[in-house]
Design a binder for this molecule. Structure first.
Ligand code: SF4
Ligand code: SF4
Length: 360
């Protein structure tokens, strides 16, 4: 039987457009892509986004979230904005300062219409173990609020990425909704180690270790038999003395991320909607704490109920507009399609897409 390609909806847009224009375009996409079908009356519904690093401006602005919150509320859901704690040194590595960054960047209840709630609690440890039975993991640790939400809207920014070459919906879902422990397992093949040349013996890492795996004499030392790889010590150390060895390839990292996404997609079948901004597409993701220039002209905003299709469409559009792959302009040693192929293999969606362009 002839299989029709998966439809992904695109509306042309510019990063400089007004909030009113963006809101109108999101309403058009919402209706055309049938995103309302992902939500039910009274759903506690997560709007997964990235509120940006302090001092950075290329994150998807609050106008997108505000428009999507209105759409989600109109379908009867009760939305909340959410993201999980990062591993590296940043105010976003704990829930309280993360919420403050969200407010500082305009993601307030007043402006957006929904509160920001850290997905994995105040310290990145509020998590739920979900089965996946994948090539890399049998179970994965998902940030609790993302796991418990009945439905979800994944608002992503298509960009290059240091570890994978490309970051879109699958990365936002798989890495962005995982707990600190899961991020560590995604990124690293080993437990942390202390660099004694950088360690000043302050013992902050030991005070934050949930397993009492760290002892400090002149410098800190980790008991490998007790360490569970939660990553709390990385966030606590202000000296950068807790180190990890990057022992896995970009392709393996992508598979690890995709298995976390798979757990969520399977746990909420038909209940996750995807909107991706293909505006201000930059070499690095929104976690980079530095100003970035776009790699190409603004393309527009995409919507779909399929995370594989929306990522495939974003990469295809970038190539059509620039004549080059996104990876070749960001991190050429990576193949960003690896995550798309593996997600398709796991049944998360389809990469054969028809891009339907909508009129504003
Ligand atoms: S927090 Fe960092 S500097 Fe302080 S003892 Fe631990 S590893 Fe050393
Ligand atoms: S990764 Fe977690 S368990 Fe291991 S030493 Fe660091 S804080 Fe302790």
């Amino acid at each position: 039987m002839l299989r029709m390609p998966e439809k992904v909806f695109l509306i042309s847009a510019r990063a400089s457009e007004s909030s009113t224009a963006i809101a109108r375009k999101i309403e058009i996409l919402w209706e055309a892509a049938g995103l309302e079908s992902c939500f039910r009356v009274h759903d506690l519904a997560a709007l997964k986004l990235h509120v940006g690093e302090p001092g950075k401006t290329t994150f998807v602005p609050p106008a997108f979230a505000a428009a999507l919150v209105r759409c989600m509320r109109a379908s009867g859901a009760r939305p909340f904005l959410t993201d999980s704690a990062v591993l590296y040194r940043s105010p976003r590595n704990n829930g309280i300062d993360h919420a403050q960054v969200a407010a500082d960047h305009g993601f307030t209840l007043e402006a957006v219409g929904a509160p920001f709630l850290p997905a994995d609690g105040i310290d990145g440890s509020d998590e739920v173990e979900l089965p996946v039975n994948g090539r890399r993991f049998e179970t994965v640790s998902i940030a609790a609020a993302a796991a418990r939400a009945r439905s979800m809207l994944v608002l992503s920014h298509a960009t290059g990425h240091l570890g994978t070459g490309f970051g879109g919906a699958l990365k936002n879902l798989g890495m962005g909704c995982s707990s600190r422990k899961a991020k560590l397992r995604q990124h690293f093949g080993q437990q942390p180690r202390i660099d004694p040349k950088l360690c000043n013996g302050c013992a902050d890492c030991a005070r934050g270790c949930p397993e009492d795996a760290i002892t400090v004499e002149k410098t800190a030392a980790i008991d490998a038999d007790r360490c569970i790889g939660c990553g709390a010590c990385i966030a606590r150390c202000l000296e950068g003395a807790v180190r990890f060895d990057w022992t896995i390839s970009g392709a393996e990292l992508q598979e690890r991320i995709v298995e976390h996404a798979a757990a969520l997609v399977r746990e909420k079948p038909g209940r996750i909607a995807y909107v991706t901004s293909a505006l201000s597409i930059t070499k690095d993701c929104d976690c980079l704490d530095a100003p970035q220039e776009p790699l190409c002209e603004d393309i527009g905003i995409l919507a779909s109920r399929d995370p594989v299709a929306i990522d495939a469409a974003a990469l295809r559009l970038f190539r059509e507009r620039t004549g080059r792959t996104l990876e070749s302009m960001s991190y050429p040693h990576h193949d960003g399609w690896a995550q798309i192929r593996y997600a398709e293999e796991l049944g998360l969606g389809r990469s054969d897409v028809e891009i339907v362009t909508l009129e504003a």
